[in-house]
Ligand binder design. Structure first.
Ligand SMILES: [Zn+2]
Length: 211
């Protein structure tokens, strides 16, 4: 049987999503045939509006609806401490724990040579620029690297450390440069910060160590 083109298009779109294989994509596509047209229209509209009605914060690249995200506009936050995370979902995880009072920097990915994702493809250059800028106004004192404890997460952390240490060595000697720390080992190897519970995250944050 030849699958109609309209259905094939939907299946292909699902298949392009992470974690969805050809079988699941097919199942979802066929499932949608039973959904009322009005619901499908709503689904399509939500997709259409997704990127139109959201934007990346111009400081930390977190997801929000205005120029600056909710964290960056909050005057209570400590802008001297920046927590570097892989994804905006990790910001949500840290915010849930309600212990971190600093600000974030969202990388939107990890360095992953196997999938040809280099440092320039994620928001690392913007982080380095942010730290450079802090010598004057933003006054960043500590960068907490909170990438996931996976191979790619560790490689990304190491790359950032190297760049920041380079940066520190250029700062004049009467300044200490920025302190670089890594969240603690409370997180099991291969874990995903996004799914970590509040207690584990708080412990990982408190147990951070300096590079
Ligand atoms: Zn922000």
């Amino acid at each position: 049987m030849k699958i109609p083109k309209a259905l094939e298009n939907v299946i292909e779109s699902f298949e392009a999503l992470p974690g969805i294989g050809p079988k699941s994509a097919q199942r979802l596509g066929f499932y949608l045939l039973h959904v009322p047209q009005s619901d499908l229209d709503g689904f399509a509209q939500a997709l259409t509006n997704l990127k139109k009605n959201t934007r990346m914060c111009s400081i930390c690249f977190n997801i929000g609806t205005t120029e600056l995200c909710d964290v960056c506009v909050d005057p209570e936050r400590d802008t001297a401490t920046v927590c570097v995370v892989e994804d905006a979902l990790d910001v949500i995880a840290f915010e849930r724990s309600d212990k971190f009072k600093g600000v974030y920097h969202v990388l939107h990915g990890v360095v992953d040579p196997l999938n040809s994702i280099g440092p320039e493809d994620i928001y690392i250059p913007q982080l380095i620029k942010r730290v450079q800028g802090s010598v004057g106004s933003e006054q960043i004192k500590e960068i907490i690297i909170a990438t996931n404890p996976t191979m790619e997460g560790e490689a990304t952390a190491m790359y950032i450390v190297k760049q920041l240490k380079n940066q520190n060595s250029k700062v004049n000697s009467d300044s200490m440069g920025v302190k670089i720390t890594r969240i603690g080992r409370g997180l099991p190897v291969g874990a995903d910060i996004e799914y970590a519970d509040e207690v584990t995250l708080t412990r990982a944050l408190e147990g951070r160590s300096e590079y």
